[in-house]
Write a protein that binds this ligand. Structure first.
Ligand SMILES: Nc1ncnc2c1ncn2[C@@H]1O[C@H](COP(=O)(O)OP(=O)(O)OP(=O)(O)O)[C@@H](O)[C@H]1O
Length: 297
């Protein structure tokens, strides 16, 4: 990934304050303010089109977005608006048609709705494999894997096979494996969408705890690097408000940054908190507008 600086990006990357009542919402269409300072991810005027010449489909158009180191950003949008395409570009799995994606501190880790664990390996071995690819010496891998499994509250799962684990436990192992990659950026594409509401709620708590712990310890547990920046894609507005310091709403056809909100609610948050409910209602209104607009096209 390039480390070069291009023209200033538009989206802001602000840290959440602890004020519970105010959420700065801003429309980001047009030329928004340039963001100074370091970033963990930057999309600068990124567009992506698919299809053969003459039948090109513009999926993402002029995306300008930055995430600050250690920031938790949630991406929301109607189905098919290009959220996964955007994550793929940040992951380096695909290239933009124009514009530039910059991730200064190396390749991000990925986590999907499907845990994608290797079923023939134990939970611990799945994590160890990621450590191996990350260059961790063989004699350190078992202990590091055990630390990471403890971090996701699965201290006794090392020898367990994937089929012995519940859906929530599998996603915890998948999170441990993603963290094992030692990346400073974690890309999450609807990682909890297939879970029941109670398990999802628990996983929200775990993810917030892991992310906060990485911030407070000055680096990611199990890796010793910088703070963990999270880009989290979801359809679920409450999930986005519960987790994110910032919620970014994408429009559809083509996907553009339509609006964003700084979520100024203190952590830890609960899904039923009145502040979460209130902001989720506001964002849902805007999401519905986007869905209606999308349906008209
Ligand atoms: N490799 C590809 N080739 C052609 N079209 C693609 C490709 N990848 C994505 N698309 C198209 O780009 C559009 C956006 O897809 P994408 O999966 O990014 O949306 P999304 O917002 O993540 O959707 P969902 O929320 O339903 O998962 C869709 O119309 C999809 O068909």
């Amino acid at each position: 990934m390039t480390t070069e600086l291009a023209a200033p990006a538009a989206a802001s990357a602000s840290a959440a304050s602890s004020h519970p009542d105010r959420h700065a919402s801003r429309s980001t269409s047009g030329a928004a303010a340039a963001q100074a300072g370091p970033y963990a991810v930057r999309l600068d005027r990124v567009s992506k089109a698919f299809g053969p010449p003459g039948a090109r489909q513009l999926v993402l158009d002029d995306i300008r977005l930055e995430a600050a180191p250690g920031e938790f950003v949630c991406l929301l949008g109607a189905s098919g608006c290009g959220k996964s395409t955007m994550l793929n570009l940040v992951a380096g799995l695909d290239q933009p048609s124009s514009g530039k994606v910059t991730v200064p501190h190396g390749r991000p880790a990925l986590m999907f709705q499907d845990h994608a664990l290797f079923p023939w390996l134990s939970a611990g071995r799945n994590v160890e494999l990621a450590l191996k690819f990350g260059g961790v010496p063989r004699n350190e891998r078992r202990e590091r894997a055990q630390e990471l499994l403890k971090l996701v509250r699965l201290p006794d799962a090392h020898a367990k096979r994937v089929h012995e684990l519940s859906g929530g436990m599998r996603q915890r192992v998948a999170l441990a494996r993603a963290l094992a990659q030692g990346s400073e950026v974690l890309l999450m594409d609807e990682p909890f969408a297939a879970l029941d509401a109670i398990t999802r709620d628990l996983l929200h708590e775990e993810l917030t705890r892991v992310w906060t712990a990485a911030k407070e310890s000055g680096g990611r547990q199990g890796s010793g690097g910088g703070p963990l920046t999270v880009l989290f894609v979801t359809h679920n507005v409450r999930e986005a408000v519960r987790l994110g310091q910032r919620v970014v709403l994408l429009s559809s056809r083509p996907g553009r940054v339509a609006r964003e909100w700084d979520v100024e609610l203190p952590y830890p948050r609960r899904i039923e908190d009145s502040g979460v409910t209130e902001l989720a209602r506001e964002i849902t209104g805007h999401l519905h507008e986007e869905i209606v607009r999308h349906a008209r096209h």
